[in-house]
Design a protein around this ligand. Structure first.
Ligand SMILES: Cc1ncc(COP(=O)(O)O)c(C=O)c1O
Length: 369
């Protein structure tokens, strides 16, 4: 007897579309017969600096332990993060990337009959995790591509268990300030979990964006999620974390997979946290690259959404699909964001100076055709 295994899956899962990652270099090389060395990938908001030497050293030293399971409690990394943010280790939840933390939240708090509130054009994992848990996603229209926090607070109802906020948001790069966050937190009922996703916060070295950590003491329903994938340059190792009140961390620990962060990730993240120079260089390279991309787009007559992340949503004014195809033929991979309700945009990650220049030159040629 043959079964329809899609039909057998949970209703929320049946309707899911899988997360679409940036196209890998090797895949484009295979498809178009291009030399992988000549391909530029600006599609996954990765750090273009390459790994920190201190991280490589830490990994090297850990290699002899590969036959052992990692420390399932991540003692050293939790301790380092707790010291960094002036919290207790029991407030820290480690994730296999911050995606893992988002999944744990959905698993622990969302189910059929419950809902999660998030903005239009917000990070794709919020709707995916919500739907996979069988909960309803309440999508609040954006204001100027960014989160409309007042409307989001107003959308909360008796069945809302979680609100997902991204500051800055991916793929729009939009952000909100401290006053808006303060008002929002004051308006949210105490029994609704506010997930403040700060995956790119390290790039905004000013007071324009609130530092979520400052609000934890007054809001036991707040969870801050951050990652080592972006400014710390560890995307391949999959290390993220949440800081929250102890009761929320305790709940997440109940659904967390044992050993969810590998040993190499744990030691690398500890080393990365100490490497202030790398973080400074990440920020500086990103700021310079952002200026380069903005200046280049201006020259090309293209509009963009101002961004505080390590990426820029560039508006091509019509269907960006053919432009994306043209860029791929030029060996430049960026990210189409039609799936985010932004069909005229392509999201371009900030790369090295040479990579940014490659994108701008390729875009000029494609637009000329
Ligand atoms: C807003 C946002 N949150 C979370 C993540 C997850 O990143 P990671 O799982 O690598 O920590 C991303 C990745 O692109 C992101 O853009």
């Amino acid at each position: 007897m043959s079964c329809d295994f899609l039909d057998l899956a949970l209703p929320g899962v049946q309707k899911l579309s899988p997360y679409v990652p940036g196209k890998p270099v090797a895949e484009l090389a295979r498809e178009l017969g291009l030399d992988p060395a000549g391909i530029v990938k600006l599609a996954s908001n990765e750090n273009p600096l390459g790994p920190s030497p201190r991280v490589l050293q830490a990994i090297q030293a850990e290699l002899a332990e590969l036959t052992r399971y990692p420390d399932g409690n991540g003692f050293e990394l939790k301790k380092a993060l707790a010291e960094r943010y002036g919290v207790e280790p029991a407030q820290v939840t480690l994730g296999n990337g911050s995606n893992d933390v988002l999944e744990m939240i959905a698993r622990a708090y969302l189910a059929p009959g419950r809902n999660a509130v998030f903005s239009a054009h917000a990070f794709a994992v919020y709707p995916i995790a919500t739907q996979a848990a069988g909960a309803q996603g309440k999508v609040v229209p954006a204001a100027g591509w960014g989160h409309d926090l007042e409307a989001m607070a107003a959308a909360i109802d008796a069945e809302t268990r979680v609100v997902f906020l991204a500051n800055p948001n991916n793929p729009t790069g939009t952000w909100f300030g401290p006053d808006a966050l303060r008002r929002f937190l004051a308006a949210v009922p105490a029994d609704v979990l506010v997930v403040l996703d700060e995956a790119y916060i390290e790039y905004s070295g000013d007071d324009e964006l609130p530092d979520g950590m400052q609000y934890l003491a007054d809001h036991p329903n707040l969870l801050i999620s951050r990652t080592f994938s972006k400014a710390y340059g560890l995307a391949a190792l999959r290390v993220g974390y949440a800081i929250s009140s102890v009761p929320i961390a305790d709940v997440l620990n109940r659904v967390r997979q044992p050993f969810n962060v590998g040993s190499l990730g744990l030691v690398a993240a500890c080393a990365a946290l100490e490497d202030k120079d790398y973080l400074r260089r990440s920020r500086m390279a990103n700021a310079a690259g952002m200026r380069q991309l903005e200046a280049g787009c201006r020259q090309l007559g293209l509009d963009w959404i101002p961004s505080r992340g390590n990426f820029l949503a560039v508006d091509f004014g019509g269907d960006a699909g053919p432009i994306n195809q043209g860029l791929l033929r030029e060996g430049v991979i960026v990210r189409p964001v039609a799936g985010y309700g932004m069909p005229s945009f392509l999201r371009v990650s900030v790369g090295t100076e040479a990579e940014n220049a490659r994108f701008l030159a390729a875009a000029a040629r494609v637009l000329d055709q």
